[in-house]
Design a protein around this ligand. Structure first.
Ligand code: UDP
Length: 317
């Protein structure tokens, strides 16, 4: 299949490029490289350095495409609180442009990177796809707006679509060009922060008074390779005029202290931590109900927290 991967120069999109080209798909990438890295793009892949805000660049990238996997977008919760207009412009406006150009080009299949941030503060754990969506930050609001836009698009223009709501993505893929790792500046995510910590620069534990067994927040981590496997299955499952939404996580929760313990094991030595105030906007517990992806996509995560920490560590070295 000829597949356009938007955001294919990024951590998750780049992992999808590598795995899907390895399966024989013909891949094109559209990426503005605002956060992605050109050096991760394989030489044999068609690359359009362009923006979702520029319809003619999207049209160029879509040439000859059968389907789109749409990763491109702004993805940091804290930044979205500071710059909501940027998030609405790129995530919502940019995806509007993409859907319009897909319609013009007759491309009728899309798999979209949505987020657990669409749910907001959960009323039930684990969280099913039928849970109330009430995002607590602009990032989640823009992902929800795009999910709703895609639902309309499937009904009115016959789009075959899937939104995949990621919980916490971790781990890395090793390929012939080295590790495709998460590289943010500044880094905000827990596992990279643990791996970059030192005695002088201990890991801040954001809140130790949460209503959880050890007082720290609980999250659901999924390995990036398992995550991409779900995208491939979602792409194969698409049906005209239908928009399906699936949660992607492991279905298990790990507290911040449990993740630190897993990292200590991978490192082979202790890790300095410092109890710090809660981070604004953090819910106490987020765990996915992944029953729909298990049955609907015949998908199951295969790599646990140890593999995620070990692979992230290897990708940093
Ligand atoms: N966290 C932490 N210290 C850090 C980074 C994150 O204690 O340096 C906590 C954060 O409050 C949350 C969990 O680790 O409870 C996962 O945060 P991350 O930023 O990795 O992902 P998020 O859940 O925000 O998408």
């Amino acid at each position: 299949m000829k597949i356009l991967i938007t955001g294919g120069a990024g951590y998750i999109g780049g992992t999808a490029v590598e795995i899907m080209r390895g399966q024989g798909h013909e891949i094109s990438i559209l990426d503005d490289c605002s956060t992605g890295h050109v050096d991760t793009i394989p030489k044999d892949v068609r690359f359009v350095q362009g923006s979702l805000l520029n319809p003619s660049e999207i049209a160029d990238a879509l040439t000859g495409t059968d389907a789109v996997i749409h990763f491109a977008g702004k993805s940091l919760v804290g930044e979205s609180v500071d710059k909501p207009a940027l998030y609405y412009s790129v995530n919502v406006g940019g995806t509007r442009n993409l859907l319009d150009e897909m319609y013009k080009a007759g491309v009728k299949k899309i798999v979209f990177s949505s987020s657990a941030a669409t749910y907001g503060e959960p009323l039930q754990i684990p969280i099913p796809e039928s849970a109330t969506t009430s995002p607590t930050n602009p990032y989640g609001a823009t992902k929800l707006a795009v999910d709703q836009m895609i639902t309309t698009e499937s009904r009115t223009r016959g789009l075959a679509a899937a939104s995949l709501r990621y919980f916490n993505v971790a781990g890395a893929l090793h390929c012939d060009r080295g590790w495709l790792s998460e590289r943010h500046n500044p880094e905000t995510h827990l596992i990279p922060n643990i791996l970059c910590s030192s005695v002088e620069n201990p890991v801040k534990i954001f809140g130790s008074d949460w209503p959880t067994a050890d007082g720290t927040c609980i999250r659901d981590y999924v390995h990036v390779i398992d995550l991409i496997d779900a995208h491939i299955k979602a792409l194969d499952s698409l049906q005209n005029e239908l928009h399906e939404i699936y949660n992607l996580g492991s279905g298990d929760g790990y507290s911040v202290r449990q993740v630190v313990a897993a990292a200590c094991e991978a490192f082979g030595h202790s890790i300095a931590t410092i109890d710090s105030p809660r981070r604004p906007g953090d819910p106490a517990v987020l765990i996915a109900d992944i029953g729909k992806a298990r049955t609907g996509l015949d998908w199951a995560p295969t790599r646990g927290i140890q593999a995620m920490v070990a692979d992230t560590l290897a990708s940093f070295n």
